[in-house]
Design a protein around this ligand. Structure first.
Ligand SMILES: Cc1cc2nc3c(=O)[nH]c(=O)nc-3n(C[C@H](O)[C@H](O)[C@H](O)COP(=O)(O)OP(=O)(O)OC[C@H]3O[C@@H](n4cnc5c(N)ncnc54)[C@H](O)[C@@H]3O)c2cc1C
Length: 459
């Protein structure tokens, strides 16, 4: 309560100042309430960035205080507008002004703000669980909507501009500083804790700025009244996470992480245990991001002793995003090695077909047949996407055909995947790996030509 009174005092002064400046235009008083509401709203939004930038988590409760006051003042702002409309126009404003953008944006903003204001208490956090955070995240689009509301009402002046830019500046500064938290402040390792009911991970490196916990806060230093931002349970429902993670998987150190082209990563891992890999098989790698552990499969390009080599397309998906930031010395983990996409022990001629990183398991297979003639058809988009061309030249007895599907340059074949134009040796056995469309088309083209022994792995 004291906090509410404290933060209201500057608001009252601000209000009085504006009111006197306009020499008491009572009719326009509602605007002052709207303006002060905007100021409090902006203050609520800058609490989290200030915590991130300064590590002063003691200011966290002010976020809620400012937010609730913003909502109360917005309610007065709306209420007064309603009242005046009714007094002067004798009509309900929504119906009369339905086409006016400032009114529409104001009403929508108020409804969203009401949802935020009403749920700004611990009881709502516990009841709404995961949805609570989703509702609170609306604060950012709401702030922009309120700004639009002011602009539509032709009130957007230097004062609002200053507030808006301060919020944007602070959030940007906090975001950038968050990205650069790789230099730790602990002497030991950071630890993660998993919320048992919902699975959310508390990472000491990132903290929980929205919950008032700055980055690099040890779990034991978090105040006891802190709650899980997703499901609202307390600290007691968290369990150490690393132990669990390492118990289920075999740690693997990144020896090298090299970009073969802008979007293809060659990753060499050294594992604590020895994995037996049959060429063509893949490993399930446990990756971690802010939302926890997840698994992705990657075919083994080469395995020697405890070293495993992978060749991975860095997509904009979850795995790709983690691997983009992997560096030598980082620790990953391997669940196990799996797969039945392996060479058949037959004397048949072998043909290998790949698109993109589908080449990975085929390299391992082709190297297993140094004394046997073999053919490779490899499709890639353009010369900038090429990789492992030198490595292919070193594979003995390999007749390699590299196709660029989107570029025509000397030394490479050009064209889309079409196996009907090839004549393969009788009884050929096919091993294909890559995207589903290529595999589907190629399997049907080969079957039409009477080939039956077709093995494939779809990425
Ligand atoms: C047996 C097996 C072996 C494999 N071996 C390899 C291998 O050796 N090398 C290899 O590179 N891959 C391999 N894969 C594929 C690999 O496991 C992943 O599926 C692939 O890398 C995509 O994972 P991801 O987490 O990066 O994307 P996901 O998050 O799973 O997303 C899937 C797709 O959606 C797209 N996507 C997701 N989010 C967004 C977004 N926000 N914006 C735009 N697009 C988005 C991604 O680009 C991606 O293509 C293998 C798969 C299998 C099943």
């Amino acid at each position: 309560m004291l906090r509410y009174i404290l933060v209201l005092i500057p608001g009252i002064f601000l209000f009085a100042g504006f009111y006197l400046m306009k020499s008491g235009e009572v009719n326009l008083l509602f605007r002052d309430f709207g303006m002060i509401s905007f100021v409090y709203f902006a203050l609520a939004l800058v609490v989290t960035p200030i915590i991130t930038l300064t590590n002063k988590d003691s200011i966290a409760p002010y976020r809620r205080t400012f937010g609730v006051l913003a909502f109360l003042l917005a309610t007065i702002h709306m209420g007064m507008y309603f009242y005046m409309e009714y007094m002067y126009q004798k009509t309900f404003f929504v119906l009369a002004h339905f086409k006016e953008l400032d009114i529409i944006s104001g009403v929508i903003a108020f409804v969203i703000m009401a949802a935020l204001g009403i749920t700004s208490n611990n009881f709502s956090v516990r009841i709404l669980k995961g949805s609570w955070k989703k509702i609170q995240i609306l604060a950012y689009p709401l702030f922009l909507l309120v700004t639009l509301h002011i602009a539509f009402a032709w009130r957007f002046n230097a004062f609002y501009m200053m507030i808006l830019s301060s919020v944007i500046l602070l959030r940007t500064a906090a975001y950038l500083s968050k990205k650069d938290i790789s230099t730790g402040k602990f002497s030991g390792n950071t630890t993660r804790y998993r919320c048992v009911p919902c699975g959310w991970i508390y990472d000491e490196k990132y903290g929980d700025p929205d919950g008032g916990i700055p980055p690099w806060t040890r779990f034991e230093d978090i105040p006891d009244d802190w709650v899980c931002p997703v499901c609202g349970v307390g600290k007691g429902d968290f369990v150490p996470y690393e132990e669990e993670y390492e118990k289920e998987n075999t740690p693997a150190t990144v020896i090298t992480a090299t970009l073969l082209n802008p979007t293809t990563l060659e990753l060499i891992l050294e594992t604590k245990e020895l994995f037996t890999v049959i060429p063509g098989q893949y490993a399930r790698i446990a990756l971690k991001d802010r939302d926890g552990v997840f698994y992705r499969s990657y075919s083994v390009v080469e395995s020697s002793e405890r070293k495993l080599t992978f060749c991975i397309k860095l997509s904009s998906g979850r795995g790709g995003n983690v691997l983009k930031n992997i560096r030598a010395g980082d620790i990953l983990a391997i669940e196990n090695v799996y797969g039945s996409f392996v060479l058949q022990d037959t004397p048949n001629p072998k043909v290998f077909i790949a698109t993109g990183t589908g080449l990975a398991p085929l390299i391992n297979m082709m190297r297993q047949l140094p004394d046997k003639d073999k053919i490779l058809l490899f499709w890639i988009q353009d010369s900038a996407s090429l990789f492992y061309t030198e490595l292919l030249k070193e594979i003995p007895k390999l007749e390699s055909h590299i196709f660029l599907s989107r570029e025509e340059i000397p030394g490479f074949r050009h064209g889309r995947i079409d196996l009907t134009t090839f004549s393969f040796p009788k009884d050929s056995e096919f091993y294909m790996c890559g995207n589903p469309a290529m595999i589907e088309k190629s399997v049907s083209d080969l079957k039409v030509q009477g080939f039956e022994k077709i093995y494939h792995e779809i990425f």
